[in-house]
Design a protein around this ligand. Structure first.
Ligand code: NAD
Ligand code: UDP
Length: 335
């Protein structure tokens, strides 16, 4: 079965490409490389020993997308392509809405023309906004995210639901990721953001490799056991496997829109993350406590029961695995 991955040279897309190829799927990737590099394709081939077809194109380019669907017998799509930096989206809302919404609309329009009506979409826990409980369940209503980035995810979920309402031949799986971290155990694939990272794990990696002097932990007076924020970190390979399960599930299901949280259900604090990184890698990560970062919640985490029951998916890797694999990738890639 041939699957198109939009944004497939990115962090999560590349790990998913590996898991799909290993499971016997054929993979086609389209990416404009705005936040990734073409040599990722070679790395995917090196890990799997399999071929991948790559198109360097923008998903907003209807002609290019039409060509891809004409040249390949695509049976389903996993839609990763998008801009994803929360802070940047507040400074550049137009670029974020334009990129994330236009690419989705062009994609589903092209799929409709080619009668491909199976899609898995990368959504995010950010769509929950602030809820009464920090344990997010799929039955909760979509809330108000704290950034334009998050709002694009809310809007795209709505678009996909409307697409299904208008044409019940679609099979749509919406995956709400919590906090993906970690890297492929080969050390070839991982996350290496340009510039100063915003997210915790890439920042820790840069401090450990001495490219940045020290980590600032944003706040230690939160309502959590050690005072630092807690999040639901999950290993990117577990997350990639969730996509495989979601695709398989769509094949065996009736048409419809299916929504799943992908997380461990076990929140970890910033301090737990830093201490685990230090001990499993036997490396120092200097840090200081600083003021809270605007918009951060004390904690939130997934209720992953639905994915466990319906997809037969469960995050298996530990915080130790996440820290070890992240450093194994970063010590080579970042130097
Ligand atoms: P990433 O930036 O590594 O990958 C996204 C890829 O999409 C990049 O390779 C980029 O070049 C490409 N891209 C962006 N706009 C494009 C366009 N118009 N046309 C073609 N390619 C385009 O990000 P990631 O962490 O792999 O995230 C993948 C998806 O998962 C994104 O939609 C993101 O919003 C979502 N997500 C990520 C996280 C996270 O913490 N990493 C959490 C929740 C949801
Ligand atoms: N964090 C931190 N210092 C940093 C980056 C992040 O203390 O330099 C904290 C942040 O306050 C949050 C947690 O680490 O509590 C995870 O932040 P990240 O941006 O990775 O994820 P998100 O906030 O989107 O869940």
């Amino acid at each position: 079965m041939k699957i198109l991955l939009t944004g497939g040279t990115g962090y999560i897309g590349s790990h998913t490409a590996v898991q799909l190829l290993n499971a016997g799927y054929d993979v086609v990737i389209v990416d404009n490389l705005v936040n990734s590099k073409e040599d990722t394709i070679d790395k995917i081939k090196q890990i799997t020993g399999k071929e991948v077809k790559f198109y360097k194109a923008d998903v907003r380019d209807a002609e290019a997308m039409d060509k891809i669907f004409s040249e390949n017998d695509i049976e389903g799509v996993i839609h990763f392509a998008g801009l994803k930096a929360v802070g940047e989206s507040c400074e550049k809302p137009i670029e974020y809405y334009q990129n994330n919404l236009d690419s989705t609309l062009t994609l589903v329009d092209t799929m409709r023309k080619h009668n491909v009506k199976k899609i898995v979409f990368s959504s995010s826990a950010t769509i929950y906004g602030i809820q009464e409980s920090p344990k997010y369940v799929e039955t909760m209503k979509r809330g108000t995210p704290s950034s334009p980035y998050g709002t694009t995810k809310v809007m795209i979920e709505q678009i996909l639901e409307d697409v299904y309402k208008a044409d019940p031949e679609w099979k749509i799986s919406i995956l709400r990721y919590f906090n993906p971290v970690g890297a492929h155990e080969s050390g070839l694939l991982g996350e290496d953001p340009k510039g100063i990272p915003n997210n915790l794990m890439p920042y820790i990696q840069k401090v450990a490799s001495k490219q940045l002097e020290q980590l600032t932990i944003f706040g230690n007076d939160y309502n959590t056991p050690d005072g630092t924020c807690r999040r639901d970190y999950l290993h990117v390979v577990d997350l990639a496997n969730g996509h495989l399960k979601a695709l398989e599930k769509l094949d065996g299901s009736e048409n419809g829109v299916y929504i799943y949280n992908l997380g461990t259900g076990n929140p970890k604090s910033v301090l737990e993350m830093v201490n685990t990184f230090k001990s499993v890698n036997n490396i120092d990560v200097p840090f200081k406590f600083g003021p809270r970062r605007e918009g951060d919640l004390d904690e939130f985490f997934a209720d992953p029961t639905k994915a466990e029951k319906e997809l037969d998916w469960k995050a298996e890797k530990t915080l130790e695995d996440m820290c070890r694999d992240s450093w194994n990738f970063a010590k080579n890639a970042m130097n």
